[in-house]
Ligand binder design. Structure first.
Ligand code: PMP
Ligand code: GLN
Length: 383
């Protein structure tokens, strides 16, 4: 977490966004949209501020947001929750993940199974908790785990199986066989499943299937999501965790000492967003699918091999056909060479598995069509 000089190691996102600012390159590194989300959601936040909803909300969250989250889970997935005891609002999915890991892990003898490559916060949070990270690699080009490797990784020492589906950075959506195997292993070894579903509404081929809907999963699964991706408001940091009341209570016990509460006026705005018609949600996914297709075509045209994502903001491309052997070096040169910033997949892997991703690069597709077209044109000119 610290450099040799004792400074915080900058996150790969901070580093790459700074690189884009310094070079004037198009930032396809950090995943944030360059257009605001639904106007109804933005208006609801303005109204909440004007209406004076600017003081501390209740500890678990504003009742109207707790109810909207419970109704969202019922409407989209048939998951029935008690809004008073089975839902907790957090400062983004990040705080939900942090409070969950800190609440449920006891110390160095506990293991947390994580799929690699992983969203960078996962490794940092496991380190903060003092537990041991056990990585299961997802491999190019389909990024589904090998079920034997998964079974070998989960043991009686496993406290948590941390899943991210749809998956950042690969864009993969786990197959039904994979999620059923995760549930089977969690039962066999008495582990809790923690599932990060922040891209739940950003799937391109089929509706999202939460792990908590697999028979036998709900009683041991904490599901995490966030308004940031669904409503293109990544700076609002309104997240939530849902699941069995005793597990949610344990997460609340930690969350209250991290931020206590968060996002006062944004909570009613997100509640309004979660109640918008289904077409608003599918419209956001449709725009992102078009972005994925535009970016994928541009990357292929430039000579990359491309893995087509089934969800998320991201597309992974292999730079080996362009002669690259080191994705990290390739990405550091890319702004000067092509005027584009992207992130090496090695930034999302533990030392044990980094070699598997040596030539792979993550591009963000959550940008306006003209921006993606310009990035594609620059890459085609450069290679
Ligand atoms: N999990 C994943 C997989 C993500 O991609 C992100 C956003 N980058 C987060 C969690 C964090 O979400 P939030 O901004 O709501 O904290
Ligand atoms: N979730 C975004 C990504 O993966 C950005 C996260 C961040 O900046 N911490 O790019």
């Amino acid at each position: 977490l610290l450099t040799d000089e004792g400074s915080p190691v900058p996150t790969i996102f901070a580093e790459m966004t700074a690189l884009a600012a310094r070079t004037g390159a198009i930032n396809l590194g950090q995943g944030f949209p360059d257009e605001d989300g639904p106007v109804e959601v933005l208006e609801a936040a303005r109204a909440a501020i004007s209406d004076g909803r600017n003081q501390y909300p209740p500890g678990r969250g504003e009742p109207e947001l707790l109810a909207a989250i419970a109704d969202h889970q019922s409407h989209w997935y048939g998951i029935e929750l008690d809004a008073d005891t089975q839902v907790l609002v957090t400062a983004g999915a990040t705080e939900a993940l942090a409070a969950t890991v800190l609440a449920l892990v006891d110390g160095p003898d506990d293991e947390i199974v994580v799929f690699e490559p992983y969203y960078d916060a996962y490794a940092a949070l496991v380190a903060l908790s003092g537990a041991r990270l056990v990585g299961v690699p997802l491999r190019w080009p389909d990024f589904q785990p090998d079920l034997d490797e998964l079974a070998a990784a989960v043991t009686d020492r496993t406290r948590l199986i941390l899943v991210n589906d749809p998956h950042n950075p690969t864009g993969t959506v786990f197959s039904p066989e994979t999620i059923e195997e995760i549930v089977r292993l969690a039962h066999r070894h008495d582990a809790v499943i923690v599932t990060d579903e922040v891209y739940e509404h950003l799937t391109f081929d089929a509706p999202h299937v939460p792990i908590a809907t697999v028979p036998g999963a709900a009683e041991r699964t904490l599901s995490i999501s966030s308004a940031g991706k669904t409503f293109s408001v990544t700076g609002w940091k309104v997240g939530w965790v849902t699941g069995p009341a005793d597990l949610v209570r344990a997460v609340l016990a930690v969350k209250q000492w991290l931020t206590y509460v968060n996002a006062g006026p944004f909570q009613p705005a997100v509640a309004a967003g979660l109640r918008l018609p289904d077409a608003v949600f599918s419209g956001i996914a449709d725009r992102l699918r078009a972005g994925r297709d535009l970016l994928g075509a541009g990357l292929r045209e430039a000579g990359f091999a491309v893995s087509t994502p089934a969800g998320s903001y991201f597309t992974v491309a292999d730079a080996a056909p362009l002669g690259a052997s080191d994705a990290d070096a390739f990405c550091r040169e890319l702004p000067d060479r092509a005027g584009v910033v992207a992130i090496p997949l090695t930034a999302f892997a533990s030392p044990a598995h980094r070699g598997e991703y040596a030539t792979l690069v993550r591009f963000a597709a959550c940008k306006r069509p003209d921006v993606l077209a310009e990035a594609s044109a620059r890459l085609a000119r450069a290679f």
